[in-house]
Design a protein around this ligand. Structure first.
Ligand code: ADP
Ligand code: MG
Length: 239
């Protein structure tokens, strides 16, 4: 599953919580952050894990010297975590990073150990490079709010999915509305570009706090039962 959406819309937050929701449903899950920000899995692990690109640099790009435990970290709820990292600012190519990540994980035989692999990909599909995770995905989920900018990005992402689906069986799973209690623009958009709306989550102050604490909503809900209703949104998306 590749998760896309405008920058800052809540892809990483939503991805981490969907990953745990899927794990709660009995799936073995790997989450791969594909963003130079390398903070995709932060709420799962509680710290910024080393990226694949950092590790490869340290090992002088000798793939045979990299062990699974160098790059795959255990996160909350049994979710495994990888951060691809990014090219140096102003140089290099995002697609190269995604390619190296997939190559290394294949070499480690990691892909066959999971029921679900979730790619959390940066921002809009700005180039073929960062659209690369779609080449490996069966489904794409788009995160949006009820505003023009995020829906504009969503529209470009769905166009990319259509493009890629010409060459392999990629499907658009649907939209997740995030940080919004209104959904009129989302509904108007799916009227002209039909796709499922998987869930619409409101702005929840505790979701913002969860990022600062480095914990997912599921972990916070262990101590704050009043947060179970938020977990239910993510379980619903997983189902
Ligand atoms: P992205 O990965 O798309 O760049 P993040 O997941 O990092 O976005 O989210 C950006 C910020 O928005 C974070 O501080 C996060 O806690 C906050 N956030 C995301 N979803 C919600 C929500 N439903 N309610 C409140 N804050 C949210
Ligand atoms: Mg992110």
């Amino acid at each position: 599953i590749a998760v896309y959406g405008k920058g800052g819309i809540g892809k990483s937050t939503t991805s981490c919580n969907i990953s745990i929701a899927l794990a709660r449903r009995g799936k073995k899950v790997l989450q791969i952050g594909c963003d130079p920000k390398h903070d995709s899995t932060f709420t799962l692990t509680g710290f910024l894990i080393p990226t694949i690109i950092d590790t490869l640099q340290v090992k002088d790009y000798h793939y045979e010297d990299v062990w699974p435990e160098d790059v795959i970290y255990k996160g909350y709820g049994g979710v495994d975590c990888v951060e691809a990292g990014g090219p140096p600012a102003g140089a290099g190519c995002g697609g190269y990073v995604v390619g190296e990540t997939v190559k290394l994980l294949k070499e480690l035989n990691a892909f066959y150990e999971y029921d679900i692999i979730l790619f959390d990909v940066l921002g809009d599909v700005v180039c073929g490079g960062f659209a690369a995770p779609l080449n490996y995905a069966d489904y794409c989920i788009i995160i949006t709010d009820n505003g023009f900018d995020a829906l504009f990005a969503a529209n470009r992402i769905s166009a990319s999915v259509r493009e890629k689906s010409n060459t392999h069986p990629l499907r658009l799973a649907g939209l997740v509305g995030n940080r919004t209690s209104e959904r009129d623009l989302i509904d108007k958009y799916v009227e002209s570009c039909p796709m499922p709306v998987l869930e619409v989550l409101p702005l929840v102050e505790d979701i913002r706090i969860s990022r600062v604490k480095g914990k997912t909503l599921f972990e916070m809900a262990e101590y704050q039962e009043n947060l179970n209703y938020v977990c239910d949104f993510y379980l619903n998306i997983a189902d």
